[in-house]
Ligand binder design. Structure first.
Ligand code: ADP
Ligand code: MG
Length: 410
């Protein structure tokens, strides 16, 4: 059975969506491609190997430079149910861990570079099934890096012996020299380098109160002749909005999980090939789809979370050319969210409330939308970006009703 990545992401890690380049990195790893991921601290590098470690057949070997770091990660992985262990000088259960590795009972195995490069460890790996090598803090392999660790240099023969096993190098800190060096030292092709940074400066963000959505979408599509995606909250809504748009003469397709798989695949293929189609879809659409020239993404209702919004709207303008992200919302979105939260298990309510509150801040702000998004991901952006609705035409005064806040606190 092929594992469903979005389901694993949600069920194991409890995350509503990928952040930034995680989706791209995980996609490459799942396809077995050598990758160097450069992502700021806090961006979520661990997920990039932990998720594949569960999805892939076999064990993911993580090379990490510090025992303390390893054990923190180990505990966190075990806490969400990942079968994880480490082989370090302070671990007492080596025999058990080795047996588990050989019998396929481990998703993740943490080791230090000096151990990983040793002959004993290679012998052990030969008797196990290995799915992935993840090299954390990969800048340690470079003398250019600020933290050179000669032991990292000894990893290459191990990686090359298991040449069929994909390798993923991860680091937060890499200047141009260090990046080049990591690629060379670890044998990763240049196109395997993925650099995060959450800003997508070519995307213009705008938020609108919903006010006759079919007309609003028709106007949006008329002003934007290139390919676009409209995310609708339900399957029924995708069909209805697609009908409305089709009547304007625009080529339109729909995509949701209720469609026959063949229809879905055909619609997706048509959209990818098209230069003017609008895809009206649920959020089932998009993961792993690489269409660089999407010119606009519209949300017909409140997204599930800021992460989800960033990920979905981020499908616009991957080619770096100007693109737009429009969010249409109404007070009833918040009322519905509150209702949904009330029906949840109490342990999940607080987190979901925080997600909705963060969306409330995004849609109701009179200040820079991009700054709100980027701060959510731990960046410190300038106060104005010059390329969102509020920065381009600052609102005269902020609506005193504060609709979302009212619904959240009621
Ligand atoms: P890094 O190693 O890049 O500094 P971590 O892997 O330690 O970052 O992750 C930083 C934090 O981000 C962790 O608390 C993690 O749970 C959280 N996180 C990772 N991915 C996501 C995601 N897709 N959605 C929400 N939170 C995430
Ligand atoms: Mg980390």
């Amino acid at each position: 059975m092929r594992p469903d990545i979005p389901t694993l992401l949600h069920d194991i890690f409890g995350f509503p969506g990928f952040r930034g380049v995680q989706e791209q990195v995980v996609g490459r790893v799942m396809e077995g491609q050598a990758t160097l991921a450069i992502m700021p601290t806090g961006a979520g590098k661990s997920l990039c190997y932990q998720l594949p470690s569960v999805a892939l057949e076999g064990c993911c070997v993580v090379i990490s430079p510090l025992i303390a770091l390893m054990h923190d990660q180990l505990r966190a992985a075990q806490a969400v149910g990942i079968r994880a262990a480490s082989l370090t000088s302070v671990d007492a259960d080596w025999r058990e861990t080795q047996d588990r590795l050989r019998s396929g009972d481990l998703d993740l195995l943490y080791v230090a570079p000096e151990r990983a490069s040793g002959e004993g460890f290679r012998t052990l790996l030969r008797s196990a099934r290995i799915a992935l090598f993840a090299i954390d803090e990969a800048h340690c392999v470079s003398e250019w890096g600020h933290d050179f660790r000669p032991d990292y240099r000894l990893l290459r023969p191990l990686l090359d012996e298991f040449a069929h096993v994909p390798r993923l190098a991860l680091t937060a800190t890499a200047d141009a020299h260090t990046r080049e060096d990591i690629l060379v030292q670890l044998g990763i092709p240049r196109e395997g380098m993925i650099i995060a940074g959450f800003d997508r400066p070519n995307i213009r963000y705008a938020v609108h109160p919903r006010d006759g959505l079919p007309r609003q979408l028709a106007d949006l599509a008329a002003a934007n002749p290139g390919p676009g995606i409209v995310y609708a909250p339900t399957r029924a809504a995708t069909e209805k909005l697609a009908d409305g748009l089709a009547r304007t003469g625009r080529p339109v397709r729909v995509y949701h999980a209720g469609l026959d798989p063949q229809v879905r695949a055909a619609n997706q293929a048509a959209f990818i090939a098209s230069e003017d189609m609008v895809m009206v879809a649920t959020i089932a659409f998009g993961m792993g789809i690489d269409k660089p020239d999407v010119r606009f993404v519209a949300h017909a209702g409140l997204p599930k979370s800021i992460e989800g919004y960033y990920q979905e709207s981020g499908r616009a303008g991957r080619d770096g050319e100007p693109a737009q992200a429009h969010l249409y919302w109404g007070a009833e979105d918040f009322a519905r969210a509150r209702q949904r939260i009330a029906e949840l298990d109490p342990t999940r309510q607080q987190g979901e409330r925080a997600r909705i509150a963060a969306l409330g801040a995004l849609v109701e702000t009179g200040t820079c939308r991009r700054a709100i998004l980027l701060r959510h991901f731990g960046e410190s952006p300038p106060a104005t970006c010059g390329n969102c609705d509020n920065c381009m035409s600052p609102p005269a005064s902020i609506d005193a009703t504060q609709t979302a806040q009212k619904f959240l606190s009621a």
